[in-house]
Design a protein around this ligand. Structure first.
Ligand code: GTP
Ligand code: MG
Length: 559
């Protein structure tokens, strides 16, 4: 702890330390797809206005729309010097193109969305089998194609590269300059979110990868769909986040079957297994094998079948996404839907979650590697809980959303009640006008004094509850209520979290201190206020009092 404090003090040296801190944050997003976009944006701006009038779209409507677009899309590897005009002219022979964009990820790729599926079919009919001289190719045809150029349309070095607008995360130096220009922490938070959030194109690419995966799984399960969940769709995703998806076999699972009215009927004979988990494992084992052996662009396939939630993990090289494929993960989709809904209820929810996720990543409180650290999902639930505890609350508890649910919202999954309202207009929010800066500061204060030793975080009730088990951090799973979503977190990780909250609150408060009483002279927010830069570095009088026992429990005392 002493060496940790020493390290914290080093961070206080000002802008240099801020740079280091944000650079860390930058590293964590740098594996994002460097998407370059040339898209027909005009139609989208009109669409935004229409959507604003219609109110927010439900997650299921959003999923349907994006899935449908993905089904009409192809992914084409092409030379960076390809003539865009010729490329589009060639593709247009197969059908109208609704949207297209280019991006870089281990080469240049184009996502092309046709107006109808006929366009895709025509293009695939025209595609030729690659002539392989040395290796043999697996004869599996997919919508991942390569553009071949010969003779007249040969690329020339003279030709300018594809007219692309880079859409990867902004370079760190640029981000710092942009943040420094902002007058307030609120503006910095908005800038940070703007820079790191998933772009429309990145979102489309995620759905396209799911759709390509579905084509592989459909060899066994023609009625299946592959749906993204988690941060790819819940509104809290950062460029470079993993792609969580699940194979949805609901239509053929035997659930919700209707008893036929006629006296005679036939039913499918299906192989029996010992448990639903065993079925999931065998499906994932086979699909994982197919992805490994036949999936174009899918590399590093690992079958992790003994996990609580069995999965197949792999890298999809053409998109650059790290993918986790599960089966029938309906509870996770419900949590995604809940987070999505909360994120749309008040704009501060998304901005605060985003800032806290970035802050946590910059301080290595979270990691893409599984371990004893807090996950982004747990962090998000912590932010939601904090917002439920405001006075007046910014968002309602899950139990309240359950009370507002109509019959169509009723959902019981594996015995867990996952019912909550889906109609946004039924949710009445109380008036709370707190600024993001105040919320961020109070978030850090709230968790630096939270009685983790005794209490559990419970977004269903919107109130802390007595801890039902001895885990250092207890966050009740909103739907599988007997589970703790932060069971993996050990005491030293929680201690780090609490210490960083305390120090970050202190740093933010320095901005408000009157001049001459220790107030720092940095530009507004820089190095102090910026969420990813709210580095540990000193202890306020308040914090010290807490440590002496005059305030709430401190990090080392909590446990
Ligand atoms: P990042 O991938 O870190 O950006 O965030 P994420 O929200 O996608 O988290 P993650 O990939 O770890 O998990 C994907 C989704 O699975 C989450 O959004 C949740 O819906 C669900 N999930 C994750 N962890 C848990 C857990 O411990 N319990 C339950 N029930 N669901 C979880
Ligand atoms: Mg994820």
């Amino acid at each position: 702890m002493a060496s940790y404090r020493a390290l914290c003090r080093l961070h206080l040296r000002g802008q240099g330390s801020f740079m280091t801190c944000v650079q860390k944050a930058h590293i964590c997003v740098s594996r994002s797809v460097g998407t370059k976009v040339v898209a027909t944006q005009a139609e989208d701006s009109g669409k935004d206005e229409r959507e604003e009038k219609a109110g927010p779209k439900s997650l299921s409507a959003f999923l349907v729309e994006r899935q449908e677009q993905a089904e009409r899309s192809v992914l084409i590897s092409c030379h960076p010097k390809t003539s865009e005009k010729k490329f589009l002219k060639y593709l247009s022979r197969h059908g109208d193109i609704k949207k297209h964009f280019f991006y870089d990820s281990y080469g240049t790729y184009a996502v092309v969305e046709f107006s109808t599926q006929d366009g895709v079919r025509s293009l695939l009919d025209a595609a030729v089998i690659p002539s392989v001289s040395h290796e043999s190719a697996v004869p599996f045809k997919s919508r991942l194609l390569s553009l071949r150029t010969t003779g007249a349309v040969n690329q020339s070095d003279q030709q300018p590269g594809l007219q692309c607008r880079p859409q990867s995360t902004v370079p760190i130096s640029e981000l710092i300059q942009t943040l420094a220009r902002q007058e307030t922490v609120d503006q910095q938070i908005m800038c940070l979110t703007q820079a790191y959030q998933l772009t429309e194109e990145n979102s489309r690419l995620r759905f396209l990868v799911c759709s390509l995966l579905k084509d592989i799984a459909a060899a066994y399960f023609p009625e299946c769909t592959v749906k993204p969940f988690g941060s790819s769709v819940n509104g809290f995703g950062k460029l470079g986040c993993d792609l969580d998806m699940f194979l949805d076999l609901d239509d053929i699972s035997g659930r919700d079957v209707q008893t036929p009215k006629s006296s005679l009927s036939v039913e499918y004979q299906m192989k029996r297994a010992t448990s639903e988990r065993a079925v999931t494992q065998s499906i994932l084992s086979v699909i994982g094998e197919c992805v490994d052996q036949f999936g174009p662009g899918c590399v590093g396939v690992q079958k992790i079948l003994n996990a609580r939630c069995p999965l197949v993990r792999f890298s999809h090289q053409p998109s650059g996404f790290q993918c986790d494929l599960t089966v029938n993960n309906r509870v996770a989709l419900k949590s995604t839907e809940l987070l999505y809904l909360y994120g749309l209820l008040d704009r501060r929810v998304r901005l605060l979650v985003f800032s806290v996720r970035c802050w946590a990543r910059a301080h290595s409180l979270t990691s893409s590697i599984p371990g004893a650290w807090v996950t982004n999902f747990s962090l998000t639930v912590m932010v939601l809980f904090f917002l439920q505890r405001r006075s007046p609350p910014i968002i309602p508890p899950l139990d309240h959303l359950r009370q507002l649910a109509g019959p169509a919202d009723r959902s019981v999954i594996e015995g867990n009640d996952c019912t909550f309202v889906s109609d946004f207009s039924k949710i009445q929010l109380q008036t709370n006008t707190e600024t993001l800066e105040q919320l961020l500061n109070d978030f850090f204060e709230f968790y630096s004094t939270f009685p983790f030793g005794k209490m559990s975080i419970n977004i269903r009730k919107g109130k802390e509850q007595n801890k039902p088990e001895v885990a250092p951090l207890h966050i009740q799973n909103p739907f599988e209520t007997s589970l703790n979503v932060s069971k993996n977190v050990n005491s030293s990780q929680l201690e780090r979290f609490v210490a960083l909250c305390r120090e970050s609150a202190w740093l933010l408060q320095q901005r408000d201190a009157p001049p001459g009483r220790g107030r720092r002279r940095d530009p507004p927010g820089l190095g102090t206020g910026h969420p990813a830069a709210a580095v540990p570095g000193g202890r306020s009088q308040k914090s010290k009092e807490k440590e002496k026992g005059t305030g709430h429990a401190n990090a080392s005392r909590v446990y």
